[in-house]
Design a protein around this ligand. Structure first.
Ligand SMILES: [Zn+2]
Length: 323
């Protein structure tokens, strides 16, 4: 008999795969992770994702068919209705992967695919420490930049399941070329990969910088060296948080949320990211909207993808039960 109170969640990221079993109250019964290794291609990565899911079930003491459902979070674009991944920029060669069919066949339970940042927004809304919030924006600053929206207490998916692509809010219309083909998107400045790339470009000049001693510059290295006072790293970091702050101001004006939650790997920089983004966004947004909004770091941290995918699976079960 499937356990109606537990779901398996699978989180497919460009850098890491994660899996876990979650109960309805948001309690994680297991949580496991492994590197994605995108260069191996979708077949090999999906095989390891399914193995990771089995590991999460074993760790939680469940059989593969013991779950109510399986929730899957993945970067967009994707089609949640047919359950297909449609070529996310962070997953090369995943041009049309029927992930829901593959997961359903492997675990014998119904599966649900959700945009990972949309799912994370739901996870943070339902299982974060936030109280009395009806309107919330979630922004993930990771390999890319993505987002999700809770409007009037409900998850907003948009017309085709890809609503909330905040990474492509334009902060400079003549600006840097983005992976989406447009210029000046916030993702082209503030994603982990964009921060690292901009630092590498700056290092091509002859300006002195402590980053020259780093093999393989990452966003984390830029944050660390900026905090230690390196002027080049400081400039790159400040531009990144300024771009993010501007994008958040645009979104606050559009939505007038009570809460903006910032998550994803780049937010491990903590206050070095939160404080300048908060200052810029609340300083630039229209006054009533700025006065209504709080900006905070994700409370769920590295587990937000799995908690979100699980929350999405529960939501889908409940929606199914109501229709
Ligand atoms: Zn873009």
């Amino acid at each position: 008999m499937p356990n109606r109170e537990h779901v398996l969640a699978l989180d497919i990221g460009g850098t890491k795969l994660a899996a876990g079993v979650m109960d309805r109250g948001g309690g994680l019964r297991s949580f496991v992770r492994t590197p994605t290794r995108v260069e191996e291609g979708p077949d090999a990565v999906v095989a390891r994702l399914l193995a990771l899911g089995r590991e999460a079930l074993t760790a939680a003491g469940h059989r593969p068919d013991g779950m109510a459902a399986v929730g899957i979070g993945c970067g967009g674009p994707l089609d949640p209705v047919t359950g297909r991944v449609l070529g996310p920029p962070g997953l090369p060669h995943w041009d049309d992967v029927p992930i829901v069919d593959l997961v359903t066949a492997a675990f014998g339970r119904p599966a649900r695919l959700e945009n990972d940042a949309t799912a994370a927004a739901l996870g943070e809304y339902r299982h974060g420490p936030w109280r009395d919030v009806r309107h919330m924006l979630y922004l993930t600053v990771s390999t890319g930049v993505g987002g999700g929206l809770i409007l009037d207490g409900r998850l907003y998916r948009g017309a085709a399941g890809n609503g909330g692509e905040f990474g492509h809010v334009i902060v400079d219309w003549n600006g840097r070329l983005c992976g989406c083909g447009q210029r000046g998107c916030v993702e082209a400045y503030a994603s982990g990969s964009a921060i690292a790339r901009r630092a590498v470009e700056a290092l091509a000049g002859d300006e002195p910088s402590s980053l020259r001693d780093v093999a393989g510059v990452t966003a984390e290295a830029v944050a660390t060296h900026a905090a230690q006072g390196d002027p080049l790293a400081r400039r790159i970091w400040d531009e990144s948080t300024a771009a993010l702050g501007r994008a958040v101001a645009v979104m606050i004006n559009m939505v007038e949320p009570q809460l903006v939650v910032l998550g994803g790997g780049v937010t491990r920089a903590g206050d070095a990211l939160l404080l300048p983004v908060r200052r810029a966004a609340l300083g630039q947004a229209m006054r009533p909207a700025a006065a209504a909004a709080r900006i905070e770091l994700s409370a769920l941290g590295d587990t937000v993808g799995v908690v979100g995918a699980a929350a999405s699976a529960f939501l889908h079960l409940d929606e199914g039960a109501n229709t």
